[in-house]
Design a protein around this ligand. Sequence first.
Ligand SMILES: O=C(O)CCC(=O)C(=O)O
Length: 306
Amino acid sequence: MSETNVMEPADVTQTGVNGSDLRLNLSQLERRDDISPEEFYSEYFKARRPVVFRNFSAKWPARSKWTLDYFRETYGDIQVPVYEEAFADSGAAYGSTDDRMPFREYLDLIEAGPTLKRLFLFNIFKHAPQLVNDFDFPGFARKWARRHPFMFFGGETSYVDGHFDVDMSHVFLTQFHGDKRVVLYGPEWSSYLYRHKFTVSHNVNLGKPDFERYPRLADARGYECVLKHGDTVYMPSGYWHYVSYITGGFSLAIRSPITGPVGRSHMLYRVLALTVGDYGMTKLLGQKRWYAKKEDMAQRKAARLP
Ligand SMILES: O=C(O)CCC(=O)C(=O)O
């Protein structure tokens, strides 16, 4: 995606909410009640501009039907993959876990109080395909998007480190239960966020940023919002997102793949960089040494920024 496509935040207020660090240069994300498909396409989708919709899910049966009790009672026996380790600082991949438990137990856990345990990119539809009848795909979501809706669950205090999605999809993340804070940065800020070479992630904890180690973070301009029941955030392709759970809760992500030859080649490049470049270097140097090298390269690159 070309960097000139990305609109810059107009109103940088520096007013963080819900514990956000005021030294991060974040403006509150615009919230819209009703947007026509035409307006969404020209003002947001084409302009790669994030926004919070209040009514995206207004007519979905899921809006009132999908509750902790509903999932516990109907799908409580499913064995779910549970994540805990954040990948910042650890060198851990965010796409794998061996930890499993019955869905019922997991939901009890996030209802009981703070826990770092999360369900990430959880494909509940594999177990319960009928659940897709509880929501509508937006008109532009073609076959691929319809096959790849995912759910995300997390306990109070859990968080997902900053990253952007390797498939470069546009994401519509709708909140059903609880509140979560979402921080977004456009792809043009990657060097200021100390992105690790070949990857879609960094070593920065945007929840507790270390400005001594990452001074250029303060120069990146992003957005933040708090998603509540019924809100949907539109995250344009290539946008960095950091998510923290203010209370235990869950959401549904509908993803729309990037289209056009430029978008597709960008996606292919990202997938190749990660699968060949990053994994290849990990094999060659070992996880620890390669991670230290990526961090060093990110630091050097940020130091050269104007
Ligand atoms: O809401 C979450 O837990 C994470 C969302 C996310 O990373 C995504 O939609 O790509």
